[in-house]
Design a protein around this ligand. Structure first.
Ligand code: PFF
Length: 452
């Protein structure tokens, strides 16, 4: 591998990979998407399938993606090219990382619109708009935002600029430091808010909703949504983790690092559920009201909390930063590739991609109002992009990357990668990936497509 194609910089401590990967995993998917996905998909049924998916599909596939990323120490596109040039894998595989990068790029375009909502709510919190508010007021504030393309465009643009500035830096420098402060503060805040929610909200109904289910609630659609969300939440199948793994120290056990990331990601999602759902039940907000759920319920809690103006502002600020550390990883694949392969400056590469993201995001946000009549298979563009990426593109890339690792890379090469220090655990991971995760992903994806 020519020197210029290798990554520029290595994480200075093994923990930095865990921090950066957690920064990628923890984001709007945990705090905004998870509560409403649980709400829309029957509560406990979804949670049960989701946790199984994390353990038996998400974790093994994440380990595979990280092992692949660390094997060559280059960006994902050059890693696969290198494996092909060394005749380890066939030429047909070289297109897979482009698909992964495309997934990250497409997701960022609507992710940034939602991060824009968080920015808008941050501004309103600061101004005290939510003081003494009720669910009807916050509902109309949220509706007002969605019906104002100009305001959504403003915040979407602000977020895209933040992403460009952040990705323009080397990820081995500031990112992990930011996550190191952000994650503990975010987790502590969610714990505090969940206690408050359990005091003022309907905690009994929440626990019944989250931890009980009927088997007939587990439909193909629920299973496909759970797998899709597991990929989304762990940032699998978009090349972000693949790209970060290139900077990871060779002495770190990959399985250990990935298990910690999955643990942190699940903890944040469940905490977010425990914050949002008790409020939703006590305020009689429809549990299946979708993307507005978090944005409508939380401000009511902030509005009645002593010092809620500040608490709300800090919460939305943390949410924006969590979204930012996720967004960085969505562009990292193409930015690192343009930088290492074509010597394009990181900032220039980020700017180029950011402009594309901005335009696509513009179409997404317009589809929520002015262009709402234009649908693709019955979905407005914003929803179509979300469904297309989580239910089609991510599963396809995840399946392809897993097949590549489990069936095409020599087992000895994987054994040398220090996936785990314990040979028994290695065997466990390898067999689960090969004989369980891959077939299950294939079956679920195909059945889900038929059933959706
Ligand atoms: N995992 C992020 C979240 O839960 O918000 C979303 C995400 C990050 C998706 C990175 C894709 C990606 F490449």
């Amino acid at each position: 591998m020519p020197e210029n194609r290798c990554v520029q910089g290595i994480w200075s401590s093994p923990w930095l990979f865990i921090l950066a990967a957690s920064g990628s995993a923890v984001g709007l998917g945990n705090i905004w998407k998870f509560p409403y996905m649980v709400g829309e998909n029957g509560g406990g049924a979804f949670l049960f399938v989701y946790l199984l998916c994390l353990l038996f599909v998400g974790l093994p596939v994440l380990i595979a993606e990280v092992a692949l990323g660390r094997s060559v120490r280059a960006n994902p596109i050059d890693t696969i090219n290198d494996l092909h040039e060394r005749r380890i894998i066939k030429k047909a595989w070289v297109f897979v990382p482009y698909l992964a990068g495309l997934a990250g790029f497409l997701i960022l375009s609507f992710y940034s619109v939602i991060a824009g909502w968080a920015l808008a709510f941050f501004e309103r919190s600061l101004k005290g708009v939510f003081v003494g508010t009720d669910e009807y007021k916050t509902q109309s504030i949220f509706k007002g935002l969605i019906e104002s393309p100009a305001e959504m465009l403003l915040w979407h643009s602000v977020f895209v600029v933040l992403v460009i500035l952040a990705v323009g830096q080397s990820v081995t420098k500031g990112l992990a430091v930011l996550v190191k402060v952000l994650l503990p503060v975010l987790i502590l805040m969610l714990i505090g808010l969940s206690i408050y929610s359990s005091l003022v909200g309907d905690v009994e109904q929440t626990l019944i909703f989250l931890f009980s289910w009927n088997w007939n609630q587990i439909t193909p659609n629920v299973v496909l949504s759970a797998v899709g969300h597991a990929f989304f939440s762990l940032s699998i199948g978009m090349g972000g983790m693949f790209a970060y793994a290139a900077y990871m120290s060779k002495h770190m056990s990959i399985a250990r690092a990935c298990t910690i990331v999955v643990g942190i990601d699940s903890l944040v999602a469940i905490l977010a559920g425990l914050v949002v759902l008790p409020l939703v039940f006590s305020l009689n907000i429809a549990i299946d009201s979708g993307p507005s759920l978090t944005f409508v319920s939380l401000p009511v809690a902030f509005g009645s909390l002593p010092g809620g103006q500040l608490v709300g502002a800090v919460f939305f600020l943390l949410l924006i930063l969590a979204a930012l550390t996720s967004a960085i990883s969505m562009l990292e694949l193409f930015v690192s590739w343009l930088h290492e392969r074509f010597y394009v400056g990181r900032f220039k590469a980020a700017l180029l991609l950011g402009i594309g993201v901005w335009f696509l995001g513009l179409v997404s946000l317009l589809s929520l109002n002015d262009w709402g009549d234009w649908t693709i298979f019955g979905y407005v563009f914003f929803d179509a992009l979300d469904k297309f990426t989580s239910l089609i593109l991510l599963p396809i890339v995840a399946i392809l990357l897993s097949v590549l690792v489990a069936l095409n890379l020599p087992r000895s090469m994987l054994e040398n990668e220090l996936i785990t220090r314990n040979p028994k655990h290695f065997k466990w991971w390898y067999n689960v990936l090969k004989f369980f995760s891959i077939p299950i992903m294939l079956v679920i994806t195909i059945i889900g497509w038929i059933g959706v």
